[in-house]
Structures are given as C-alpha cells and as structure tokens.
Design a protein around this ligand. Structure first.
Ligand code: PLP
Length: 393
C-alpha cells in the first residue's frame, strides 16, 4: 500500500527526528528541575539556556529576550493582555489588529474589549493583504499596541510586517506580530524590523506540541498572566517543560539552517501542484496572494463545487491524503463560512468551500505527483460542476 501523504502542515507538522532525539535525551538525561542548584538542576538549566539561544538566533535576538510559553496561543495572550494589564488591575486604551487574525488574537481582543480596551480591526483586500495607509489612519492618541499576523493560517498571505512595524514605531506604539505560521519559514530579523514582540509555536516547525515562545524586546514592560515561582524572567511562572523547550530550540536551529533552500523547494512544489491542477481542473482557483504567501501554502477552491469541500476532504483522507478545509482551528465549525475569506470579500458559498494544502520538510515531488493523480479523480467524482463559464479568478 502506498504511504499516506500529509499535506496539512499549517495545522501541525510531524516531529523532525533530530528534534525527537534531542527531546528524548533531555527527558532521559536532564530530568532535573532547572531551578535547582545541584548538578541535576544545572544540567537541565544548561539545556534550557541553549534552547533559548537557538530560538533567539532564529530572530537575531538576544537570549534574554525569549520567554518560553506553553503554546503559540499563550504567547499571543501574554503579548496582548500583558501590555494592557496594569498593576491595579485596570485596563484601558486602544489597540489595532486585523480582521483575519487567528482566534488566539481575535478572542483575546474580545476579552480585552469586555475589560474596557477599544479595538480597531483593520480590513484586508481580496488577497488578504492589509493596506498600510489603513494602519496610519487607525492610530489614536491612546493607541498602545498594534498586533498584525506575519502570515495568515487560512490563506497563507504574508503581511508587509517591516513597513507596518516602522509606521508603528514612528508613533511610539508597541508592535506585536503573531509569527506562528511564518517562524522558521520566512526570515524575520528583529535587528532590521522594529517589532517589539513576536509569537511562535514549536509544533508548526517540526517541533513538539505544547511549547511556544514570545520574543519581548529589551525594555518592553509586560505583566505576567501566570503567577508563581518567577520563572522566565517572572513572565511565565511554572517549572520549565525542559524537553519541550529543547525540542523548540532544536526545531528553530534546524529551520534557521535550512530556511532559504527549503523555501525555494517548497515554492517549486507548490507551483507544480497549482499548474498541474489548473491543467486538468480548469475550475481551480487560488485564494490568498498569488506570490506574497507562505512557501508551502495553497488555499484552493473549485468553482461550482464549493459545497463539496468537506466530502472532498473526507474522500481524500480515505484515499490516503491528509489536507484540511480552511483552518484546523475551525474544523469543528466546518460548515460555517471562514471569517478570513468573508473579510477578503468572498461570497459565503466560496467562504465555506476551500481546501488548504500545506507542504512541509518531508514532502517530496513523488508525493506531489501522486496527489496530482488523486485529487482530480476525487473532484471529478463529486457532483458535476454546474457552470464555471465566465469565472475569472
Ligand atoms: N496563531 C496562528 C497564526 C496559528 O496558526 C496558530 C495555530 O494554528 C496559533 C496562533 C496557535 O498556536 P498553538 O497551536 O501553538 O496554540
């Protein structure tokens, strides 16, 4: 039986064997508590320190600017709530974000709104791109934070983070980016881009689940969400998840070393899929930006067959191909239109009917070619396309 094809790397990635090996050694040999003064503790501390340097190196940061968290979601929460929470528990002011952020940001904004913060949600164009002029217009005298994702999880579009961060810095406002989808895939150097905070998550870059990090520029003051023993510079109390942190560090190091070559390879594979599908299925269209997108990311629709995307996904799964519809986070709301696609101006039928095909480190051209045999058969076995004449996208 042919091997299964995993094309859902925006949901999560398989563990790189180098990461698994480093984690296993940490679990077996460095099980001490990093806060302990004896040699078992110091051994664990040394591994956490090394991982901190590895994650910092991915961003060009200094190790003291990295705070380990339990997920990308927690890093996002710490960035937003940590800015707005004051010592006396009161929360006020204004923040700016986009209408297509991951729920880790959107739901945190809703929570902040209930607590008294005012939030502006910037619109995007039909490719999911923000207009920097919209950001310029949104500032108020009480704006304290701008948070814009580096890459969108549903459609893969990359935002002009450097430009947005510069605009924000000129106004003396803090800038955070959720780089959970782009970290280790698209370069981000904090020495060139004036970001104040960056969220990332290990399981999106062939590392383990349940560990993330927040880069916090030296001098930026945040309030913790979790209180206790004062680990992670007082910003994230709890005994460190040493093996998980080692996994994130190793994943960051491997990603940094391979990033440029891997991006070229993934763009080629992505283009091969798109060209191959357009040849046999002319009703194929691409959502998101045509080229300002994550290297291995495709968000596809089939004109006239949008209502069938869940059936298509399940039939592909039976044939041995794992892909997703929209975002994994909305899988339990699969029949609802994606708010990201609605914000891009898609009609609700299209916004319900996309397939997300996302490639990663271990995917091969042989898998892409096999997928190009399987997918058209699966699409053609669905209800016939009523008409896609005049379809332009
Ligand atoms: N932000 C973005 C853009 C994401 O895609 C995800 C996960 O899909 C998250 C945040 C949440 O990360 P985690 O799964 O580590 O909580």
């Amino acid at each position: 039986m042919p091997e299964r094809i995993y094309f859902d790397h925006s949901a999560t990635t398989p563990l790189d064997p180098r990461v698994a090996f480093a984690m296993q050694s940490a679990n077996l040999e460095a099980w001490g508590n990093p806060s302990s003064l004896h040699s078992e503790g110091r051994q664990a501390r040394a591994l956490v320190d090394r991982a901190r340097s590895q994650v910092a190196a991915l961003l060009g940061a200094t190790p003291s600017e990295i705070v380990f968290t339990a997920s990308g979601t927690e890093a996002d929460n710490l960035a937003l709530r940590g800015v707005f929470r004051t010592d006396d528990g009161r929360v006020s002011g204004h923040m700016i974000t986009s209408s297509i952020e991951h729920p880790a940001i959107i739901e945190t904004c809703r929570f902040l709104e209930q607590s008294g913060v005012q939030v502006t949600y910037l619109p995007v164009d039909e490719h999911a791109l923000l207009d920097p002029d919209d950001l310029v217009r949104a500032f108020r005298s009480d704006t304290r934070l701008v948070s814009i994702m580096a890459a969108n999880n549903v459609v893969g579009t990359l935002q002009p983070i450097a430009e947005l961060a510069h605009i924000t810095k000129e106004r003396g406002v803090l800038f955070h980016t959720d780089a959970v989808q782009s970290a280790g895939k698209v370069p981000l150097d904090v020495n060139r881009v004036p970001v104040d905070m960056v969220s990332m998550s290990a399981h999106k870059l062939h590392g383990p689940k349940g560990v993330g990090a927040l880069y916090v520029r030296n001098g930026v003051r945040l309030q913790p969400l979790v209180f206790g023993g004062g680990q992670e510079h007082g910003l994230r109390s709890a005994t460190e998840n040493v093996a998980g942190i080692v996994g994130l560090g190793t994943a960051a190091q491997v990603a940094a070393a391979d990033m440029a070559d891997e991006a070229v390879r993934l763009v080629q594979l992505r283009q091969r899929i798109l060209d191959g599908l357009r040849e046999v299925l002319p009703q194929t269209y691409l959502l998101g930006h045509p080229f300002k997108r994550l290297p291995g990311h495709l968000c596809l629709g089939f004109a006239g067959q949008e209502g069938e995307s869940i059936r298509l996904l399940l039939s592909l799964d039976e044939t041995g191909v794992a892909i997703s519809s929209g975002s994994a986070c909305s899988a339990h709301k699969a029949s609802e239109p994606s708010y990201v696609l609605l914000a891009m101006g898609s009609d609700p039928i299209r916004a319900r009917g996309t397939l997300r095909v996302t490639l990663g480190r271990f995917n091969t051209q042989e898998e892409v070619d096999r997928f190009l045999q399987i997918l058209p058969q699966a699409v053609n076995s669905l209800r016939p396309v009523a008409s896609y004449a005049g379809f332009t996208r």
